[in-house]
Design a protein around this ligand. Structure first.
Ligand code: AMP
Ligand code: ZN
Length: 116
């Protein structure tokens, strides 16, 4: 059985504040939010990150932006604006190696994606 943290959340072995679930995708509140709205969206099938897409994960993730847009409406950030990002690898600061997307909003997020 996978020791992956997000696989454990998928299997409901550790608790999470789930805000969306279907056969292929799961979304839950980030445990350490960096914005008033900070959700994590994942494919249920495990893959480490964007470098490791499988056909199964790719199929699921194709639907993820529309789920993000639906959640943005639900969390009242659709109009004010939001960001959907995935960190891949060391330079991006990826800490959990199950592909995931951050949905961030509820405040001005700033113009820069990185500091030079
Ligand atoms: P990243 O740094 O892009 O790999 O993002 C991992 C994210 O997962 C971070 O924002 C963490 O706060 C979040 N996280 C870690 N553990 C949990 C958990 N048990 N429940 C919800 N979010 C988590
Ligand atoms: Zn996993």
């Amino acid at each position: 059985m996978s020791e992956c943290l997000f696989c454990k959340i998928v299997r409901k072995e550790i608790p999470a504040s789930v805000v969306y679930e279907d056969d292929e995708l799961l979304a839950f509140k980030d445990i350490a939010p960096q914005a008033p709205v900070h959700l994590i969206l994942i494919p249920k099938a495990h893959c480490e990150g964007l470098n490791d897409l499988t056909p199964e994960v790719e199929k699921a993730v194709a639907r993820l932006p529309s789920v993000a847009a639906k959640l943005a409406k639900e969390f009242a950030i659709a109009t004010s604006g939001y960001r959907l990002i995935s960190n891949c690898g060391a330079d991006a600061g990826q800490t959990v190696f199950h592909l995931h997307f951050h949905l961030l909003g509820g405040k001005a997020l700033g113009g820069k994606l990185c500091q030079l």
